[in-house]
Write a protein that binds this ligand. Structure first.
Ligand SMILES: NC(=O)c1ccc[n+]([C@@H]2O[C@H](COP(=O)([O-])OP(=O)(O)OC[C@H]3O[C@@H](n4cnc5c(N)ncnc54)[C@H](O)[C@@H]3O)[C@@H](O)[C@H]2O)c1
Length: 354
């Protein structure tokens, strides 16, 4: 590897990956390309520069911006409108143009440069229509899958890659699935190599959390600075469950994937914190209270938002069996890392996250 291109490289995932790769592979030329669409991404620019990562202001919707980067060996495609709520109540144009057309531009530039691609996809490729119809128990603080579910791709471990893909999944999820399909076609047609990672919730320092994306950071920031929070949907009790993965654990996996790209070429993996790192909003509240010492009066908005789901946990067994990877940072470590980061950079972060 000589040159690594990270699209969305000023965003939460992209900037953290760029800096970690540069730390561990100092001889690599690493380029972070981003159009700074996400509010707060501009704060990562000095950090990229100080860590030896080259920043290129560019837009993946414009293929010439990608052309300008010149030859490279591998792309990690992290640019996106990453909100599952995008397009509901507003236009889906930006979402489609970035996640669909932009992703196609990224593939096309990989073809022209004979470069490989690691693609950041999402658990939201699995149809919410089907996930919503599963049977759930209401426990005291969270939803749980009803025992004895007999459906392909879902078990006590969570959702596996065998979960059926037919059904409505959100516009965001559909754009990501389309991009996945096209990457598979490019791998077959043009001999580029690639891996698809369907991630659950990713989090950690430098995530500019907001109500529609990055809820773990948002929750901690609101507790720390005594902001306002609401449990939205599913009767407003905060019982929705997700698994969460620290960005450093994702980095470890991508590093392995680069090292073993020949063996892993064409693979599709569910990647997340798994059952052990799952949390409901109500449980997250308790943890944030313990860490910050602050208790908020969280309001309820019972009506469920479009594209929400009550429960998602990644079944990581395939990626673990194929690569030996498993996450190392548990929820306590994830939250204490986020808390320390918020405290360290309070002045800079508060105007954005508060
Ligand atoms: N964070 C998560 O929980 C999560 C979960 C599953 C999948 N993902 C995927 O991981 C990837 C990274 O997400 P993230 O959490 O870092 O989000 P992010 O919003 O922090 O990063 C995305 C970056 O892409 C940039 N961008 C947007 N449109 C662009 C365009 N047209 N051209 C160039 N850059 C553009 C944004 O400015 C931003 O910096 C995305 O593909 C997302 O779908 C994220």
């Amino acid at each position: 590897m000589q040159k690594l291109l990270i699209t969305g490289g000023a965003g939460f995932v992209g900037s953290n990956l760029a800096i970690s790769f540069k730390r561990d592979y100092p001889s690599w030329h690493i380029i972070s390309l981003d159009n700074l669409y996400r509010r707060g991404t501009e704060l990562t620019l000095p950090r990229l520069r100080d860590n030896g990562v080259e920043f290129v202001h560019g837009d993946i919707r414009v293929i010439d911006d990608l052309e300008r980067v010149g030859a490279f060996d591998l792309m990690i495609e992290c640019s996106a409108e990453p909100s599952v709520l995008a397009g509901y109540g507003n236009s889906p144009i930006y979402l489609n143009q970035t996640n669909l057309d932009g992703a196609l531009n990224c593939l096309e530039i990989c073809r022209r440069r004979s470069a490989d691609m690691l693609f950041l996809s999402t658990s939201r490729v699995y149809p919410m229509e089907v996930i919503n119809q599963l049977d759930y128990l209401q426990k005291k603080t969270r939803f749980a899958l009803a025992p004895g579910l007999n459906r392909s791709g879902v078990s006590a471990y969570g959702f596996s890659e065998d979960f059926p893909l037919t059904g409505v999944r959100s516009i965001y999820g559909a754009t990501k699935l389309c991009a996945e399909l096209m990457l598979q076609e490019y791998i077959a047609a043009y001999q580029i190599r690639g891996v698809i990672n369907r991630c659950g919730v990713l989090t950690g320092p430098w995530q500019m959390g907001k109500t529609d994306q990055g809820f773990v950071v948002l929750w901690m920031a609101k507790h720390l600075w005594r902001g306002r929070l609401s449990y939205i949907g599913y009767d407003g009790k905060g019982k929705q469950v997700r698994d969460i993965l620290h960005i450093d654990d994702l980095y470890d996996l991508l590093r392995t994937q680069i090292e073993c790209l020949d063996e892993l070429n064409g693979s599709v993996f569910n990647v997340g914190g798994g059952q052990a790192n799952s949390v409901s909003l109500s449980e997250l509240t308790t943890l944030c209270q313990e860490i910050t010492g602050n208790k908020l009066n969280i309001t309820s908005a019972p009506e469920t938002r479009a594209a929400d789901i009550p429960y998602y946990i990644s079944d990581n067994r395939r990626v673990r069996d194929r690569t030996g990877w498993k996450s190392r940072k548990n929820i306590d470590l994830i939250l204490s890392d986020i808390y320390a980061w918020l405290c360290q950079y309070e002045e800079m972060l508060r105007p954005i996250l508060e």
